[in-house]
Design a protein around this ligand. Structure first.
Ligand code: URA
Ligand code: URA
Length: 250
């Protein structure tokens, strides 16, 4: 129990700001308890106005009709057993993505890092631990979401994926989105936001709006790895994820 508390307090410090009250014991159920707002709702920003509108392109890759792959497992198997760009031959493991096939919240990162390449699982390194904390803070357990990346193989030295690599790999993401059909998409980081929306814009321009991808509301925020480097971005990220959380309830 003591350890759990220490972890919680560390996470609280990690997210920054007194507004994030992670790990405070759940209020004892009272007669009025059912009416109490969840913590993430207190001081949450209003849902912002509309941003860009993008139609999903047909998920076609290298002449293979990805649209014919009937399940997320079939897509993952295709990713693991084929090469689509120059990143693929250098992978230890492809990282197709994982999570709840019926997720209402769909998370998109940039690309696998070292831990992800070693394990074949998305967001399991340091950034992944921070992501877990963020999800806990909005009362969305990781078991309920789907998590994947723009590119499924680790770029060397964790550099940003190149436009060609993104173009080659993103049809997998489009098919995964079709299969999950989430209610809300959260793009984490500029690479994910730009690739999903097909634009070149700063993260500052992309966040703070509700874009629409193939009819699905899409929120762009900072990448958890960026938060580890720049704590000033934690507050805007906390606002963004609370917007995404409100969209889930809408
Ligand atoms: N609740 C769900 O059921 N699924 C999600 O993805 C998020 C919240
Ligand atoms: N960073 C990402 O963008 N994706 C991962 O899966 C892990 C770290």
């Amino acid at each position: 129990m003591g350890d759990e508390w220490r972890r919680y307090l560390a996470q609280q410090a990690e997210l920054g700001g007194a507004e994030v009250i992670l790990g405070a014991p759940a209020a004892a159920p009272t007669a009025s308890g059912a009416d109490q707002e969840p913590r993430w709702k207190r001081g949450a920003p209003p849902i912002p106005g509309p941003g860009l509108v993008v139609l999903s392109p047909a998920p076609v890759l290298l002449g293979n009709d990805l649209g014919a792959l009937p399940t997320l497992d079939a897509v993952a198997e295709r990713i693991r057993t084929t090469y689509c760009c120059d990143l693929c031959p250098n992978r230890t493991n492809a990282v197709p993505g994982e999570g709840n096939p019926r997720a209402r919240l769909f998370l998109v990162g940039e690309g696998p890092g070292a831990t992800e390449d070693a394990t074949g699982r998305p967001f399991v390194g340091q950034a992944g631990q921070l992501l877990d904390t963020i999800l806990e803070a909005i009362d969305v357990p990781r078991s309920l979401v789907y998590i994947t990346n723009i590119v499924k193989c680790r770029p060397p030295q964790n550099r940003k994926p190149l436009p060609d690599e993104i173009a080659a790999c993103i049809p997998y993401l489009h098919r995964q989105l079709e299969l999950v059909a989430p209610k809300v998409i959260l793009a984490m980081g500029g690479t994910a936001g730009e690739a999903m929306l097909g634009v070149r814009k700063s993260l500052g321009d992309l966040r703070g709006k509700v874009h629409t991808f193939n009819g699905i509301p899409l929120v762009v925020t900072y990448h958890p790895a960026a938060l580890l480097r720049n704590p000033n971005w934690k507050k805007p990220t906390w606002d963004d994820v609370r917007i995404a959380r409100q969209l889930l309830d809408r």
